[in-house]
Design a protein around this ligand. Structure first.
Ligand SMILES: [Zn+2]
Length: 605
């Protein structure tokens, strides 16, 4: 082949297609070619970290800790294609998504090509070429391919550390728990315990416990008598009367002097940055479920309509903002005084990623009416955020009234005037009071006692079902999981039959939550691991981390699992008999049921 040809490895087929078109490549069976480039997608994680000899038959043989990478089931064909394409080029460039996962995916592709992929600890990221971009749009790709760099070792080590912790803890504890369950039940499938899903399950169980019968105790329904006293104070210049909340000595009809007004000019910044992943999940979580949100942001990204959705950044480059401003202006969606200049986050953070925004292409598509359903809702939300992101500061004039009473001066905050009210994003909070004439004013005091209020009735149970977005927000607050992964866990718990479709714990979920509590997988532990991972940067950190995870987490937890009494795992039918737990495949899905031999009946969990 010609000298200088390069293989570009993208993360997903749709991303590969966009990059290929940017690099002027034409499609060919499963990849794209030009004289200079070959572009191929990795199709997600092609390798998985596994543990040698994990399939033990006795709890005493655990833990196993010798980890190695192996091809994921069904990924061999794609790996071989990538290896074959690599043999036709002189250089490889990784162009996967801009995060820990992207780094690991690209890294493992290169190592598979070199036939040196099994060992997690033999790292040499600094020789791998890398193109980083935050949106699949020409300006970002242009930058990525002209500023090509080498793989970020810090990001890679962190990605590998997360995989390592998940594998060591997940596989060992799942195996141990499955063995314990199989001592008692006719289970065929595994019963899983994971580093991230476990604290979440405990949280759901806690939440349910807080909805207690005692809340409904009729003693709460006793009659309550309310007495509300209000004191209203007015000042009047004879023409106008204004309600105030003055805290100097007052009494009815007292004459005081309004000497003059003072003014203070201030500026109130209004522009708010475009959201990052956490912001979108929080602000749109009530409207769309986290998984729908994640899927929608991903699809907008792959269509080049939005920036990369997994980010903690608030930064946007000025040229992109100006282009967005022009489009908004052109369509009458932005006031003349609004401008990209006011955008508050003008410096890229350490990770150099962009905030989540519609790209100019995405904004145009929305305005042409080409977006549908969830994409349209998310795009409209981002459009409203863009308007706020370019809002000018409010110019405020604070007004103080200076009174004199008995030879003493009192300054009272009279109100705030806005010099540019037409620019206000939200100015409902401004107090507007008419001005009184200076000179002598009269104080009027009105004391009232509101009627006594009698409340009757039964207490209400304020039960709100636990939504997926509640759970994602809870994980965010605890620092559990990452922006790329949090949305997965609620549905994972449902798939594993630990919680019902309404996110309420099943009988199995209650047993597993109790076990998790007892062996000590807590939000604090998981949060601590995430914090450790965030601090890592060198291959040596990874070696130390493995010893810590095995010694401080895996070994003590398996010891505790071994010690739990058999009774601890027992499930009962509604009539109180001990039941068998049976799982089987039906229509390609794992079904899990309780079987009571005394009732001769099957029960759902
Ligand atoms: Zn029974």
């Amino acid at each position: 082949m010609s000298g200088g040809r390069r293989l570009v490895i993208a993360e997903k087929p749709q991303a590969a297609e966009v990059i290929a078109s940017f690099l002027n490549c034409t499609p060919y069976e499963g990849y794209f070619v030009s004289d200079e480039y070959i572009v191929v997608p990795a199709r997600g994680h092609l390798l998985e970290l596994w543990i040698k000899g994990i399939n033990v038959n006795s709890l005493w043989e655990l833990p196993k800790t010798e980890v190695y990478f192996r091809p994921r089931r069904g990924s061999k064909e794609q790996l071989e294609l990538i290896r074959e394409l690599a043999s036709r080029v002189d250089e490889i460039i990784i162009a996967t998504d801009f995060d820990r996962e992207g780094e690991v995916i690209g890294y493992n592709c290169v190592r598979y090509i070199r036939n040196d992929y099994r060992d997690l600890f033999s790292l040499s990221p600094s020789i791998i070429r890398r193109a980083y971009f935050s949106a699949l749009i020409p300006s970002e790709l242009e930058k990525a391919f002209s500023d090509e760099t080498y793989m970020d070792q810090r990001l890679l080590v962190q990605g590998l550390a997360r995989t390592l912790a998940d594998t060591l803890i997940g596989l060992n504890l799942t195996k141990a728990l499955t063995l314990r369950f199989k001592e008692i039940y006719s289970l065929k499938q595994a019963v899983s315990l994971g580093r991230v899903q476990s604290p979440l399950l405990v949280h759901i169980e806690d939440k349910l416990k807080s909805y207690d019968v005692s809340v409904l105790s009729p003693s709460y329904s006793s009659i309550s008598v309310k007495e509300n006293k209000y004191r209203y104070v007015f000042v009047s210049d004879g023409e106008k009367t204004v309600k105030v909340s003055i805290n100097f000595p007052i009494y009815e009809n007292r004459e005081i002097i309004l000497k003059h007004y003072l003014y203070e000019e201030t500026v109130e910044e209004q522009a708010t940055p475009m959201p990052n992943t956490n912001d979108v999940m929080r602000e749109m979580g009530e409207v769309l479920r986290p998984q729908t949100l994640e899927r929608t942001l991903e699809s907008l990204y792959l269509k080049q309509y939005a920036t990369y959705p997994r980010t903690e950044s608030h930064y946007l480059p000025p040229d992109m903002l100006r282009e967005l401003q022009d489009i908004l202006m052109e369509h009458g969606l932005l006031k003349e005084s609004f401008s990209a200049e006011y955008y508050p986050v003008k410096e890229a953070g350490e990770e150099k990623k962009l905030a989540i925004t519609l790209t100019p292409q995405g904004l145009r598509a929305l305005l042409r009416g080409e977006l549908r359903g969830d994409e349209k809702i998310v795009a409209l939300y981002l459009l409203s955020k863009l308007q706020r992101a370019m809002a000018p500061p409010l110019r405020l004039k604070k007004i103080y009234a200076v009174f004199e009473a008995d030879g003493e001066e009192f300054t009272y905050e009279w109100g705030t005037e806005v010099a540019n009210p037409e620019d206000a994003v939200d100015f409902s909070w401004f107090e507007r009071k008419p001005r009184l004439k200076t000179g002598s004013v009269k104080v009027i005091v009105v004391d009232t006692v509101e009627e006594e209020v009698t409340a009757r009735g039964l207490p209400k149970l304020d039960f709100r079902p636990i939504s997926d977005s509640d759970l994602v927000v809870w994980m965010q607050e605890r620092g559990i999981g990452t922006v790329a992964t949090r949305h997965i866990y609620p549905s994972l718990l449902r798939e594993r039959h630990y919680v019902s479709e309404d996110n309420l714990p099943t009988s199995l979920g209650e047993v597993v939550a109790r076990i998790i509590r007892d062996i000590g997988i807590s939000p604090e532990l998981t949060g601590w691991m995430e914090e450790e991972i965030r601090r890592m940067g060198s291959p040596y950190d990874l070696v130390v981390f493995k010893d810590v995870i095995v010694g401080k987490v895996v070994v003590p937890m398996i010891d505790k699992l071994r010690e739990l009494e058999n009774d601890y795992f027992i499930l009962y039918c509604p009539k109180g008999h001990k039941v068998d737990l049976v799982n089987f495949l039906s229509d390609g899905k794992v079904v899990l049921m309780m079987r009571c031999n005394e009732c001769n009946k099957w029960y759902p969990l």
